[in-house]
Design a protein around this ligand. Sequence first.
Ligand code: FAD
Length: 642
Amino acid sequence: MTETLEPPTAVVADSVIAIVGGGPRCLGVLDSLCANVSELPPGHAKVVVHIFDPFPIGGGRVWRRDQPSLLWMNVPASGVTVFADETCHVAGRLRKGPTLAEWIDEHRASLLADPELAEEAATASGETFVSRGLQSEYLKWAFEHIVSTAPEHIVVVTHQDTVIDIVDVPGPAQLVRTESMEAVRADKVVLAQGHLDDELGRREEVLRDFAVAHDLLYMPPAYTADCDASQVPAGGSVIVSGLGLAFIDWMVLLGESRGGTFTADSNGRLRYHPSGKEPVLYAGSRRGVPYHPKLTSPLRAERPPLPHFFDVPTVLERYPDPRTADFATELWPLACKEILYAHYHELFHGHPELVSMEWTAFLRELTAVDHGSAELTDLVERAVPDPRDRFDMAAIQAPLSGTGLAGLDDTHRYVTDFVRAHLARIDDPRCSVDSAVALGFFSVYDIFGKLLRARRLSASSIVRDVDGWLHGLFSHVTSGPPPERLAQLAAMADAGVVVFLGGGLRVSVDAQAGVFRATSDTADQEISARCLIDARLPPADITRTVDPLLRSLKARDEVSDSISGVSSGRILVDSSGRLIGADGQAHPARWAVGPWVIGSGWAHAFPRPRQNAGFFRQNDMLARDLLQLPLTDTREPGSRRQ
Ligand SMILES: Cc1cc2nc3c(=O)[nH]c(=O)nc-3n(C[C@H](O)[C@H](O)[C@H](O)COP(=O)(O)OP(=O)(O)OC[C@H]3O[C@@H](n4cnc5c(N)ncnc54)[C@H](O)[C@@H]3O)c2cc1C
């Protein structure tokens, strides 16, 4: 279905831009085009923007309305926006718009009239982690708002369709082909395809075949909202691999969504009352504990001024060619010192009663020592008397290491207490250092991103260390679930509906018994189950994606994931975001943005208001690049008129 969102006049286009994918990123790019279009030379006619997505534009696939209402966002409404503000360093005109929280306030009356959203809308505030369905309405409105306030020479044409190929045609131009046989001619194309699906990898194929052969259930990595949770039988054991956000979705779909309820006891502790329809979830992961809760105790001091120790010039000063530096032993310790700096900046300024040294003296000594050195340990011991107030990166990275856990019961109890202890930190002002640590993580992640995009890191570091290991740790610390979900998880653990297996999770198949098995570094026993859930998204891998467009481009070597011969799985782009082919050349008319693009770890989340978010800066640069356009015809001769 094709729709032109403009008064029905004949369109004479000076330039045609196609955006593949109509999710939040598309909204950002479209808004930036609107913000920059006034820079076109006088006399420029129309800029036509074609948007393609089989799902409704605005929310797209992730934020579509039809998904279980108990699936929530993992950011409070006040922390979500798709509109730039005056903190954003963008060249285009500022086109402000409401944050999610402001929009809910402004539209509460109409939301209350929506039977599915009324109850939630009645109480939703800036602190609420709203349902994905409510966020869907915000994004739908945002799209309509961007279009209705667009400058007159922007015309938006939407296509509820999947793009299956893009080819170079004389002009030069791009021909965008869709599943329903449309062919739209464009000058430039932006791939904003977000998260995509993959064919199963070798491990997943083995597990699937085993499940088929033994009449078991295997749920491979997937969007949880797309999975049929009703297939998981009540009462039985289920092994869940992964304790991240997809695990929280599964916990909700197999617990509360099946009629389980929560009440608070006289001590305020949450209790879970099973409905009897739940399975028992035996859950573990590499690290063995769930992500940190999303909220942290607020800072008591000024924000730590970051970057301080770890920015691009200081890295280059120490390692003129960081590609030859070892990530684990040389680069990561520099980053750790930065996060440590953020922690102590907050401790010294926000809690002076907890330290025994002046900040300036501490900082002078800190500047001279390396992270991990005996001198640093000595400095911290002199300055911070209580070990509970000291920064401990090892405990963040491997929280179960050195705990001496013995057996499943011990592990389960420890992880349950660990979750509750983390939750308690949110209300403990002494733990405001956690907020500073999160800011430290954001800062070092940003700097690694800059080094990566400037190709100042080795190929293996980009693939394995930054897009792989660091992204996992960053998500673990900064991208966790709402605290309420973790409180529910602890309650379900008390009720025996969730059993924590611990870290170093190992899943195997037992052909003789015809079951899946799982154990961990500390469980000391094997769990058998007839159902296995891989609770995570499919990994970014253009070599086995099922997306027809990337498959077409890959088949012709017009997209590549290879950095210096190392396969990254992710879409390779140049510093302007242009698609790089297998020949190493950037395509002059094709760009790619979003979470599957190399070095775009930050693109996994909505931009935060008033943070000069990378989302807005990147969209602004992209829009400016796109608007330097030649005059072309808009349509392939013979294609369907819109
Ligand atoms: C399950 C889930 C939950 C999340 N929760 C949060 C959260 O709570 N908070 C947060 O900040 N972030 C969250 N995220 C991160 C998420 O990546 C961003 O919120 C945001 O959705 C990214 O926007 P995007 O437009 O880049 O990608 P997407 O939202 O994935 O949108 C891409 C769009 O491209 C379309 N598309 C793909 N291929 C084609 C094609 N060939 N032809 C036509 N259309 C195509 C898809 O249908 C999709 O609609 C979540 C992600 C997932 C997967």
